[in-house]
Write a protein that binds this ligand. Sequence first.
Ligand SMILES: [Zn+2]
Ligand SMILES: [Zn+2]
Length: 283
Amino acid sequence: MDNILFDNHIHTNYSFDSKEKPETYVLKAIENSYQEITFTNHNDLYPANFKTAKLDWQTEYDVPAYTMEDYQNEAEEIHMLNEKYKGKLVIKHGIELGLNVECMDYFETIAKESKYDFILGSIHNPWNMQVDDIYQHDPFTVHNMYFTTMRDSVKAMIKEVDVLSHFDFILRYGPTDEYKTLDFPKFKDIIAETLEITIQNGKGLELNTKLITSTDKNYPHPIPQIMALYKDLGGEILTYGSDSHRIDQFADSNRKLTIDYAKSHGFTSLCTYKDHQPIHHKL
Ligand SMILES: [Zn+2]
Ligand SMILES: [Zn+2]
C-alpha cells in the first residue's frame, strides 16, 4: 500500500506569491486520501528591508512580508480546519524560512514566539541579491555564490530549522541550460561540508518536485550526485514537498516519481515531523 500520502511543503495566500486558500488544498488532499499536509509559507528576510518590506520582484503581489500577525491568523485558520476535518486529515503549521545570517536575531524571535510544527530552511537570494542581478554573473560564479551562502547559513543556523528545502534551488532557474546544470566535481567539497553539518545536527533534506515542473528534468531537487553524496555521508532523513503555489501543482504524478527516486538512491523511508522530530514512513 502507498503510505506516503503526505506533503510537507505547500504555499497558500499567506505567501506573497500564492493566492490559493488553505481549504482548497485540504479538500483536494482528502479527495486523494492524504493523511497529512503541512503549510509552509514564505518568510524571507533581508537586512535592508528587515521584517516588513519586500524585494522589487515581489511588488507584483500587493501584500507585505510575513509577520507575527500573519502567524497568529494562520495558526487560527489551521486550528479551525483541523477541527472541521477531524478524522479525515491532519493539517500542520510549518514555515519556509529564507536563511540569512544577518537576520539571526529575528530567527531567534520566531523560535521563541511561535509554535511551528515544522521548519524548512531555504536559500532564495544568495548574497542578498535579486534574481535578475544574480544572472548577470556567469554560471560558475552564480553556483559558487549559492553554495557558499548555503554552507555559511547552514553553519550558523542549522539549529533553527528541521529540513533544508530544495538544497540545489539555484539549478531551477536561469537564462540558459548552463545555469541549470552543476559542474558537480568543482562543488563536491563545499556541498559535502554542508551535508555533514546537516547530518551531524540530526537535520534532513527535502525532495522537492518543483525542479520537475520548472525544468525538463525528470527528478526532484536535489540532483542525483547530491543524493548519492548525502547517502554516502550517512544521510537518512528525507521529506517530500510539492512546493505547490497553486492547487493544480498539488497531489500530482510527481509524487510517485519522487518515491522511486528516493528508493533508487537506497533510501528506505520518507519522514513527516512531530514536535520537530522526524517520523519515518517506510517506502
Ligand atoms: Zn523555496
Ligand atoms: Zn516553497
